[in-house]
Write a protein that binds this ligand. Structure first.
Ligand code: ITT
Length: 210
């Protein structure tokens, strides 16, 4: 049984509508290590969740990257949503940036089942091992080396707009793609083009063969 690791009900709705019935949510709040990139955060989370659950896990780390703010809030999107709020992020962008206020959503899925990935060309997330080694955390480095993680990424471009729409979750009301905000789309429409949908498509093709 594959466990989809997230505390976010919105992500669960989208992922479960994409993956088949053999997937259930694991409501586990893994440690989000500080990094400028989503990959090492998701990989670290997948190792932690796998050790906790002792079952195959898929961690979903996502964020909103605003071009004119050099990617802010990016890996800090969750913290910024909880503190400033989504509408304040739009106000900030409107005050500071010229149209079209380009941005992207990015998603990294990290899969871990305790086994190596012999058939895949780049099976192990080496960043995480490098970070652990640089910290001098020898035990950590050994542990991370023993637990291969496979990453699947997806992104979608759009722009920051005044909030519109009732659907979705998080930053969806202020993210417009092709004339509609993600909050104006159905879950199926959003999955068809979104960062998460794209990462899930790559994952499910690979997972079906595994
Ligand atoms: P988990 O870590 O437990 O999965 P989370 O909501 O903290 O839950 P993230 O750190 O990946 O998950 O999310 C970063 C932020 O980006 C958070 O505020 C989400 O609401 C938001 N977010 C993620 N995916 C999104 C999407 O598809 N549409 C809108 N906002 C999204």
């Amino acid at each position: 049984m594959l466990r989809y690791v997230t505390t976010n009900a919105g992500k669960v709705r989208e992922a479960l509508s994409y993956l088949d019935d053999d997937v259930t949510q694991l409501d586990f709040d893994y440690t989000e290590v500080q990094a400028s990139d989503l990959g090492p955060i998701a990989a670290h989370g997948a190792r932690e969740a796998y050790r906790y659950a002792d079952e195959p896990v898929l961690v979903d780390d996502a964020g909103l990257f605003i071009d004119g703010f050099e990617g802010f809030p990016g890996p800090y999107s969750s913290y910024v949503e909880d503190t400033l709020g989504v509408e304040a992020v739009h106000r900030l962008a409107a005050a500071e940036l010229d149209e079209p206020r380009r941005a992207s959503f990015r998603c990294v899925l990290a899969y871990c089942d305790g086994e190596p990935f012999e058939a895949s060309p780049n099976p192990i997330d080496r960043d995480d091992r490098t970070v652990a080694a640089a910290r001098g955390a020898e035990q950590d480095a050994e542990e991370t080396e023993a637990l291969p993680v496979k990453l699947f990424t997806g992104s979608v471009n759009g722009r920051i707009v005044p909030p519109r729409g009732e659907g979705g979750f998080g930053y969806d009301p202020i993210f417009e793609h092709d004339g509609a905000t993600f909050a104006e789309m159905s879950a199926e429409e959003k999955n068809g083009i979104s960062h998460r949908g794209r990462a899930l498509a790559k994952f499910s093709t690979w997972y079906a063969e595994r």
